[in-house]
Ligand binder design. Sequence first.
Ligand SMILES: NC(=O)c1ccc[n+]([C@@H]2O[C@H](COP(=O)([O-])OP(=O)(O)OC[C@H]3O[C@@H](n4cnc5c(N)ncnc54)[C@H](O)[C@@H]3O)[C@@H](O)[C@H]2O)c1
Ligand SMILES: [Zn+2]
Length: 360
Amino acid sequence: MAVALENKKCYEIVFEESFDALAEEVGKLFEPDCRFLIFTDSNVNDLYAAAVSAALKKRFQKVFIYSFPAGEENKQLSNVSEAYRFLIREHFNRNDCIIALGGGVTGDMAGFTAATYMRGIPFIQIPTTLLSMVDSSIGGKTGVDFEAYKNMVGAFYMPKLVYMNISVLKTLPARQFSSGMAEVLKAGLIRDGRFYTWLIEHFTEIMEKEPSVLQEMIYRSVNIKRLVVEADPYEKGERAILNYGHTLGHALEKFYDFRLSHGECVALGSVAAGYIAFKRELLSAEEYYELRDMFVPFGLPISVVDLDIGAVIRLTGSDKKNDAKGLKFILLKDIGKAEIFRDVTETEMHDALKELESTL
Ligand SMILES: NC(=O)c1ccc[n+]([C@@H]2O[C@H](COP(=O)([O-])OP(=O)(O)OC[C@H]3O[C@@H](n4cnc5c(N)ncnc54)[C@H](O)[C@@H]3O)[C@@H](O)[C@H]2O)c1
Ligand SMILES: [Zn+2]
């Protein structure tokens, strides 16, 4: 059964358990003579590109595949250029469409290609990782890394449709699944305490990838992100709460030279931010310890070794500040309620990172 969220920003998010309804959903938006480029990475190409192509060919004749080598290190302009060459060679124009089939790397890069080729051609997201389903495919941020800088070049560009086939999560490696769970837990922590409790109650079914539970979990996470993004699409204010756990999380990601996954660093950053909130008496000790310990059953870390705390704090850019008002740091005022703070000190960050080192 398809569950669709009607998004005021003009696109639908469809939840399915196969690619069977894809041609019909896409057919609502595009004429039969439309050309499609399935933009995918090498792993997902082997797993799902043929199935997506076959599903589309029920209604559309011209379906092409462009694949790049999987991995964050390939989220680069050179692969976008390669895709432009393909599009030009096949005479793609603004009536045609790019389909991002893959995780966040694919979605960001395919979306950026779509945003910029001929000043913008339509695109569709088919996210295949948990992280891309609950996070990167929603909200219209696209882009690539530039030299050593992550997501330095990009555009806000909305897809025409997000089609989620939840059954593809069966092939997702456990570590990738856990990485996505960090963003799911974050969604509950920042906006919906009841959802957070529901996640804790259903952790066995979630980790066993029970389809109906996964569907509800993804639906509720997406809805939280959607509501936050709709209220502030260009991140002028409240959208920043989605960065809960990310200030220290991103710094840890860089410090460990990307050997830890994004979600693992978000979990650690969330624990550290939880500790700061606990010390400020925004959270009780009980709330903090529960927040911390609940990452564990989802396969996420809550402690670190070999930390150079000073180096991590420097990597937050707190010395440079995000803008004139000071570093934006997201804290919980309650489980399910996040707020932007501008006064988190380096000492507080230091103590929180120290706590990560001392947690068993
Ligand atoms: N645009 C946004 O708002 C936003 C938000 C969060 C993260 N991001 C970006 O997302 C990226 C991370 O996304 P990700 O974690 O999905 O990484 P990813 O796209 O690299 O996917 C992770 C790995 O899983 C493989 N894979 C994908 N689907 C699979 C499946 N169903 N079965 C088996 N293997 C599969 C991929 O080939 C890859 O090796 C980062 O570049 C980050 O900057 C963007
Ligand atoms: Zn994130």
